[in-house]
Design a protein around this ligand. Structure first.
Ligand SMILES: [Zn+2]
Length: 269
């Protein structure tokens, strides 16, 4: 089934003041006011009693209460974006919101590419390269998304990232209350990924790693947020499921502040 690409309409909505609560978005024909948070997750129609009483709740990311409204908006926008997905194997094309996407097996990226690079260049160089590669991709995706949605505010730009992360299958994101995503040296993001594609792939081998393995997740999120805030940021994984920790936990801060924050949040020796 092919969906029309309704992106220009969404862009106009944001240009007009950030009201993304549109009933004319693609695939938003559900008989309840046309409002979806992603495909198949209906919200009450505006003005309804349910709508007035509803408890704001985002489904594709977990955030502290003060960030709920901006992530609700991001969830609607990014969900509408992915609702435009068009898969046409007869042409060899996957389009989402007018953008070409590709599907790849997580294992191919994680195990095959990573192992080859470790063999060729050593563990340290491989880790640095994969982190930088993911950071570059994340930065580019963040810029493109901000352009598409007409997002100017750094926090609104950031908010689209974890939702996009969930829709593309990288991982679910749980932003912790210690986070302080503000422009400048005080920027801090502390977040868990309970199920990165990297740790999941690693666990399939039934082995335990000495070091955190989720380099793509760290790099991509750092790149996304760096563009969002116009600020150079780096992320470090301080605990990892592949090491036997209960969660993959990341800390993101400006490079000159990162080590201090890593020491503060590190839960493993
Ligand atoms: Zn991990």
């Amino acid at each position: 089934m092919r969906f029309p690409v309704g992106w220009p309409a969404l862009r106009r909505a944001n240009d007009a003041g950030g009201n993304s609560d549109r009933s004319d978005l693609p695939a938003a024909r559900n008989g309840t006011g046309g409002r979806f948070v992603g495909r198949g997750i209906p919200l009450p129609a505006p003005g309804s009693r349910q709508h007035e009483r509803r408890t704001p709740m985002v489904r594709t990311v977990k955030v502290p209460p003060q960030f709920q409204p901006v992530f609700e908006e991001a969830e609607r926008n990014v969900g509408a974006f992915f609702d435009t997905m068009e898969r046409d194997p007869s042409r060899g094309v996957i389009n989402i919101g007018g953008e070409r996407y590709i599907l790849m097996r997580g294992e191919s990226i994680f195990r095959t590419l990573r192992n080859k690079m470790v063999v060729e260049f050593g563990r340290e160089v491989a880790a640095s390269f994969l982190y930088d590669l993911a950071k570059t991709v994340g930065r580019g995706d963040s810029q493109r998304f901000a352009e598409k949605l007409g997002l100017q505010d750094p926090l609104r730009r950031l908010a689209a990232g974890p939702v996009h992360f969930s829709h593309t299958g990288w991982a679910f994101v749980d932003i912790l209350p210690q986070s302080n995503p503000v422009p400048g040296d005080g920027y801090l993001l502390v977040y868990d990924h309970p199920n990165t594609f990297e740790s999941a792939t690693y666990l399939q081998d039934k082995k335990r790693s000495d070091d955190p393995v989720c380099l793509f997740s760290a790099g991509y999120s750092a790149g996304w947020c760096s563009f969002s805030f116009g600020l150079e940021l780096d992320a470090r994984e301080v605990s990892c499921i592949a090491c036997g920790d209960p969660q993959c936990r990341f800390v993101m801060a400006p490079p000159q502040r990162l080590q201090a924050q890593v020491d503060r949040f590190r839960t493993r020796a």
